[in-house]
Each structure stands twice: as C-alpha cells, then as structure tokens.
Design a protein around this ligand. Structure first.
Ligand code: NAD
Ligand code: MG
Length: 336
C-alpha cells in the first residue's frame, strides 16, 4: 500500500524563517506562490525578462525578480516554468546563484529524471506534484480544501528533505486531501504515459474516431458531437463518483451489454501492445529526447499538428453547439 500523509503528519516549523523562490507564474506558479503566502511562508517570484506573467504576479502583490535575484536569497527554489526550459534556466540562472544547502523543488519529475537538471550533491531535491491543474490548486485552497499531491525525494543531502517536502505540500493545501509518497521515476513515467495513452492522446483520438465514423456514414455532425464528446463528460463524471460499477448501474441495460461486447474490440490486443511500446519509449528516454529536440528546432511538427487538429470538423461543430448552452461558460484556447 502507498504511504499517504496528511497535515497532522507535517512539521510546519521547517518552513519558518525560510524563503521560497517560485520560478514561473503560470498555471502552477500562481497557485504555489499564493497558497504558500497565505500559509505564512515568505515567497519571492522569479521570472525571465519579458515574461507575460510579470503583470499578473505584480497585480497579485508579489515583488517580481529576475530568476537569479530570486534564487540568491532562497532556501527553497521551486521550478514552475515549462519542463523543457528548466535545464537551461538551471544552468544559466539558478546554479550560479544557488545558496549553499538550498533545496531544489519541482512539480513534475521530467527535468530531473531525464538529467536536464543535475543538482550538486549537497542540495536537497524534492518534488511536490499536485494532481490537478493550477487554477484548482488555488481555488480549492481558498475554499479550505486541497488538491492531492505526490511527494518524492531524489536527493536528501540535509537528512530532512522529506520533512521539508511534506511541509511544502501542506502549505500548498495538499495535506488536506492527502500527500502520496512516490519517486521521481514513478511520477514522471506514469504522468507521461497517462497523458499520452489515456488522458490527452488516447481520449482525443477515441472521440475523433467515433465522430468521424458517424459523420462518414452520413449522420449529422451535431448528433455525432453530442454522442462522442459532450456525453463523454457525463460518463466520466459517473466513473469519477462511483467507479465503473456506478457508471454501469446508471446506464441502460442495452448500453451495458454494448459496453461489454464492444469495448474489448475497440481497445484490443494491438492497442494494449501499442501502450506498452509508448511506455517503453517513456522509460528509456526516447520520448524525452524527441521532445527536447522538437523544442530545439522550434517545434515544426508540433505547430503543424496543432494546426491540423484545430481544423478538425469536431472543433467547429462543438464551438457552435457550446455557444447555444449559455450556462456552460464555454472556453476558447488563445492562438498559440
Ligand atoms: P505554464 O506554462 O502555465 O507557466 C510557465 C511560467 O513560466 C510562466 O509564468 C512563464 O512566464 C514562466 N517562464 C517561461 N520561461 C521562463 C524562464 N526561462 N524563466 C522563468 N520563468 C519562465 O506552466 P505550468 O503548466 O504551470 O507548468 C509548470 C510546472 O508544473 C511544470 O513542471 C509542469 O509539468 C508542472 N505541472 C503542471 C500542471 C498543470 O496543471 N499545468 C500540473 C502538475 C504539474
Ligand atoms: Mg503531465
């Protein structure tokens, strides 16, 4: 069984008198900086020259420094800029300014696990990874609740890295929901696999394949949208609330029988083999290498694919239908 820790297990004194530098003020950064401050921790924000987040951080009442200046006086340095830039930022701005004995902290294991950041042996390295998007990390904290977090220690130079990491997780609100102990390897590999095979890659292709099948067969795109995308949320909500059993209890017997006869034909042995291959590419670092290379040459394939995805007919029909449901607070991604 996994070890799950709560507020009552934490020694919050280890953060007293310490300064946390939050580097990056995006989805996670704004939540970490504000939650920690509200928990009584002294926080400074570090951003690169020209960051679009500067105005937001200042509006939220933070003094914004360059990364180097923020790091100089910090006892904990939390990396909340995009994963693919963390190695460069570490080498250029963090390492030369790092206080002796300061801890390096991460919200995802990518850059440490794939050796983009190689910390000196006398610094603690820990991870507090909220299992939810940043806006929820902030909102739930203000409501007296919290998003569960993963806690991992890669380097324990001080002998107190886990204690410090747990205090950080609790200051963030994670200790109200549960802090699960893991390793950098487990968090990184499961996170990358999950977003590729199931959460982002798997589900978007499943939805599009279903939509295309119906539309190609002559059915109305609006019907196909409601069937394959809109209703997905309702089904996932049921599973989220009570597992697959609760979902199956709620749908009709006909739906249940269709589920049981067809599901394994769609996600067949070949799909499971593909998933194993994806996991192998994550584990041996091939995916990380490919992603870093894509960034180094300016994301040519990613830009092209994003454009293709944007022009899939499900996006246009969805936009129209969502606009007809005013209670929905429909969102639209800004142009990249
Ligand atoms: P984001 O893209 O929302 O924000 C990135 C921030 O970093 C911005 O404020 C940007 O201005 C700043 N930044 C960019 N380049 C910088 C540089 N060179 N120096 C300093 N600041 C720079 O990022 P995010 O989604 O919050 O991700 C941050 C970390 O949190 C990543 O490690 C990510 O894997 C992890 N994480 C994210 C989520 C999530 O919900 N988004 C969930 C769990 C973990
Ligand atoms: Mg992820």
């Amino acid at each position: 069984m996994a070890t799950v820790l709560y507020d009552r297990d934490a020694n919050m004194k280890v953060l007293e008198g310490k300064t946390v530098a939050v580097l990056g003020y995006g989805s996670q950064g704004h939540a970490h900086a504000q939650n920690l401050r509200d928990s009584g921790v002294s926080v400074v924000v570090g951003l690169h020259e020209g960051s679009r987040s500067r105005a937001t951080a200042e509006r939220d009442g933070f003094a914004v420094h360059s990364v180097g200046d923020a790091v100089q006086n910090a006892d904990v340095v939390m990396f909340l800029m995009p994963d693919h830039v963390q190695g460069t930022v570490y080498r250029e701005s963090v390492a030369p300014n790092l206080k002796k004995g300061a801890a390096l902290a991460f919200a995802h294991g990518f850059s440490v696990h794939f050796s983009q950041v190689e910390a000196p042996k006398d610094n603690d390295v820990f991870m507090v990874a909220p299992k939810g998007p940043g806006h929820l990390v902030r909102r739930m904290y203000t409501e007296g609740r919290g998003v569960p977090c993963l806690l991992a220690v890669e380097q324990d130079a001080s002998g107190h890295a886990r204690e410090l990491g747990l205090a950080y997780a609790c200051a963030l609100g994670g200790g109200r929901a549960g802090v699960l102990c893991t390793t950098f390897a487990e968090e990184t590999e499961t996170d990358l696999f999950g977003e590729q095979a199931v959460l982002c890659g798997g589900i978007t292709e499943l939805i599009k394949a279903g939509f295309d099948t119906l539309v190609d067969a002559g059915y109305q795109p609006e019907i196909a949208y409601f069937e394959c995308l809109n209703e997905m949320k309702l089904i996932v909500d049921l599973m989220y609330e009570g597992g697959m059993g609760w979902m199956r209890y709620s749908v009709s017997d006909t739906a249940k029988y269709g589920d049981l006869t067809a599901g394994k034909k769609v996600i067949d042995g070949r799909v499971r083999e593909t998933m194993k291959a994806l996991l192998a590419d994550v584990k041996d670092g091939s995916f990380a290498k490919d992603w870093m290379l894509e960034n180094q040459c300016g994301r040519p394939r990613m830009k092209k694919w994003m454009q293709q995805e944007k022009s899939h007919p499900i996006e246009a029909v969805g936009k129209e239908l969502r606009a007809m449901m005013p209670w929905m607070d429909a969102k639209s991604a800004p142009d990249a």
